[in-house]
Design a binder for this molecule. Structure first.
Ligand code: 5MM
Length: 342
């Protein structure tokens, strides 16, 4: 492992004013997204959609430091034969790859899951590196509900994240460590805080046991937010204050950066929260975005699978990318949000 080089890539991923585009939807997830806009999910439609995003010059060059790809995409060519991965590189962004293979029920833990994909991961990482990937992503999923999460689920998922991260670094690939505490339930923000704190502490403990170099990784956490079904929603200031307190208590300063997931927050909420977090200032790490839905919902709506809508789709993507770029510097305002033409 060359830690200096890993650290350089990690720092580039969280460089000022930029963040990550999570375009790594697996087959099932992208089908769900396409169903919502009336588009049939085929190899070609998925290619066309992602090519539209990667060819959006302005947002790709100004706001996106890296793109997380799904296995299918990293081997795909654009319509004119240019490999999609080349389009990302030409825009000055770093290609990355999702290497987890989804989740499966965790035995003895009803309602909880473990993320799959460790078997043969070393071989897959070597192939992805050769293809140009310089970082990877693995998502562990922790749900909050009656009697869950259990320690068994938290520990098993943290252990898998650490094994994945160690394998990535051995393959000279920066691991994005993503322990996602879902916001699907009716819990309040304090319950989310408490569970996320436990999950992060366990994750960093396991990373330490696995001898993962913190300087060569990126953390992709959830923010401290109330569950979607909670009657007791927290405001922007409370989310920012509690998220910062939580992360400061759990994430060592040696970590080069934090890139949040959006987790089902609305586009504007995800931006407003990131902005408020950065406006608080005094953070030991750069804090930016690694959004999937919060960057893509608007371009998906605008595109709707039609060739004549490609420019509109790219403009919608450019707007969200610009808003999040501003938020990553604490420079976003609701007025700028309205000004789509700029
Ligand atoms: C883009 O969605 C990613 C892949 O999800 P599946 O494996 O379930 O298809 C997802 O991991 C994503 O990268 C993160 O959750 C962040 O995306 P959001 O939409 O939460 O910002």
């Amino acid at each position: 492992m060359n830690l200096t080089d890993l650290n350089k890539v990690a720092q580039a991923m969280v460089q000022p004013g930029k963040g990550l585009l999570a375009a790594d939807e697996s087959g099932g997830t992208i089908k769900k997204r396409f169903d919502a806009i009336g588009v049939t999910s085929t190899e070609e439609s998925r290619r066309d959609y992602r090519e539209m995003l990667f060819r959006a010059k302005q947002p790709m060059a100004q706001a996106i430091s890296g793109v997380i790809l799904y296995d299918e995409t990293i081997w795909q060519d654009g319509k004119d034969g240019t490999p999609l991965i080349k389009l990302i590189e030409q825009a000055g962004a770093i290609p990355g790859i999702k290497v987890d293979e989804g989740t499966q029920a965790l035995p003895n833990c009803p309602g909880e899951t473990i993320t799959l994909g460790l078997d043969k991961l070393a071989d897959r990482l070597a192939k992805y590196y050769k293809q140009g990937a310089r970082f990877a992503k693995w998502r562990a999923v922790i749900d909050i509900g009656a009697g869950i999460p259990t320690y068994a689920a938290i520990h098993t998922n943290a252990h898998a994240l650490a094994r994945y991260a160690a394998l990535c670094q051995a393959a000279q690939i920066v691991p994005i460590v993503e322990p996602e505490v879902l916001m699907d339930g009716d819990h309040d923000i304090d319950r989310c805080y408490e569970v996320t704190q436990f999950v992060l502490k366990e994750t960093f403990q396991e990373l330490y046991y696995a001898k993962v170099a913190l300087e060569g990784m990126i953390l992709k956490p959830n923010m401290a937010v109330a569950g979607k079904k909670s009657a007791n929603q927290a405001g922007v200031a409370e989310v920012a204050e509690k998220t910062v307190r939580l992360l400061k208590a759990c994430v060592p300063a040696a970590v080069p950066g934090i890139a949040f997931l959006s987790g089902g927050q609305s586009d504007v909420d995800a931006t407003a929260h990131l902005d408020a977090i950065n406006k608080l200032g005094g953070l030991p790490w750069p804090v930016t975005f690694s959004y999937g839905r919060a960057l893509q919902a608007a371009p998906q709506q605008a595109w709707a699978g039609k060739l004549e809508n490609v420019v509109a789709g790219q403009q919608a993507f450019a707007h969200r990318a610009r808003m999040n770029s501003l938020a990553s510097k604490g420079q976003w305002t609701p007025e700028l949000e309205q000004n789509k033409a700029a």
